[in-house]
Write a protein that binds this ligand. Structure first.
Ligand SMILES: Nc1nc2c(c(=O)[nH]1)N[C@@H](CN(C=O)c1ccc(C(=O)N[C@@H](CCC(=O)O)C(=O)O)cc1)CN2
Ligand SMILES: NCC(=O)N[C@@H]1O[C@H](COP(=O)([O-])[O-])[C@@H](O)[C@H]1O
Length: 213
């Protein structure tokens, strides 16, 4: 039984989708814990109500600056490792992780980013896509590397940007596909079905790595 630890910072809707898929599709895996950097993360309540261990490592307790970020990551890794994960999943997790943390979980650390990488890394992605006049937008599941939002792409979801869209409307349209795409990508990693060669990631079973409405 493979073990998954999911990191969240807020509502955790992607975490919920993964928990439901893992249980409903009887993956050879379990979500062993949900860990947040914010004590008020709504997703912690969902996890606890579904019998999943939860933990908080409050980044604000460590202060600001490089030393604080490193100390936070060290404590975060200690807590994560107490659940002995095979795969670590970032799901709406809003902290930039240190190279040391990323190296600890290299090759088994996933993130979902709300843009079509390499376009729009960082924050406020939907606002930026609309401002740029994009006609398509979406989300990307990628392996996490030290460089922010830059790791090998596992899957992408694409939606149209409609006339009159604001960031909230676009985010909602993308989120629906995220909830289909991320569980598939996590399952592929858990089941050892990904072939990774440099920046190229291929699903060995031939499942589509592009998700559309
Ligand atoms: N080393 C890496 N760390 C993280 C990655 C990554 O690819 N490499 N992905 C991010 C997730 N993410 C976008 O998908 C992201 C998260 C957070 C930020 C950011 O600027 N965070 C600020 C705080 C912002 C806030 O609290 O609202 C910070 O950490 O100072 C950018 C992108 C997860 N980590
Ligand atoms: N930089 C990471 C990031 O912005 N992630 C994004 O946070 C949203 C809320 O996720 P959630 O409902 O799963 O918490 C999702 O759209 C996800 O792509």
């Amino acid at each position: 039984m493979k073990r998954i630890v999911i990191l969240i910072s807020g509502r955790g809707s992607n975490m919920e989708a993964i928990v439901h898929a893992c249980r409903d599709q009887a993956w050879p895996a379990e979500v062993s814990a949900v860990v947040s950097n914010r004590p008020d993360a709504a997703g912690l309540t969902f996890a606890a109500n579904h019998g999943i261990a939860t933990a908080v490592v409050d980044h604000k307790a460590f202060g600001k600056g490089d030393a604080a970020r490193a100390a936070f990551d060290q404590e975060l890794a200690r807590v994560i490792d107490s659940y002995a994960p095979d795969v670590v999943v970032l799901a709406g997790f809003m902290r930039i992780l240190t190279p040391e943390f990323v190296q600890r979980y290299a090759g088994r650390l996933l993130n979902i980013h709300p843009s079509l990488l390499p376009s729009f890394p960082g924050l406020h992605t939907h606002e930026r896509a609309i401002e740029a006049g994009c006609r398509v937008a979406g989300a990307t599941v990628h392996l996490v590397t030290a460089e922010l939002d830059h790791g090998p792409i596992v899957a992408q979801a694409v939606v149209p940007v409609l006339d009159g869209d604001n960031a909230q409307a676009l985010a909602q349209r993308v989120l629906g596909l995220e909830h289909r795409m991320y569980p598939s990508a996590v399952r592929w990693m858990v089941c050892g079905e990904l072939a990774i060669s440099g920046n190229q990631v291929r699903h060995l079973g031939g499942e589509a790595q592009l998700f559309t409405l």
